[in-house]
Design a protein. Structure first.
Length: 80
């Protein structure tokens, strides 16, 4: 029984150590990749803003992907 408890605790610690994706820092990449890193960071910020809007509006998980895609598309349309 004691071995089972230890195994369970170890497996829980190993599975919960997943972290969120960090924002790209354009200053920490090589100069030739800096422009791409800046674009990636801008995209990540847009994604986080849309995810925050979904959280505020309490979008259900089954509808979240569609909401996020629509949010990102409207941001692209607004930019053009």
């Amino acid at each position: 029984m004691n071995l089972f408890i230890r195994f369970t605790l170890i497996s829980l610690f190993l599975t919960t150590s997943v972290s969120a994706q960090k924002l790209v820092d354009p200053t920490s990449v090589a100069p030739e990749y800096r422009e791409a890193a800046e674009k990636r960071r801008a995209e990540q910020i847009k994604q986080r803003e849309c995810a925050h809007k979904a959280d505020v509006q309490k979008i259900m998980p089954r509808e979240r992907t569609a909401y996020l895609l629509q949010c990102l598309e409207t941001d692209v349309v607004k930019a053009n």
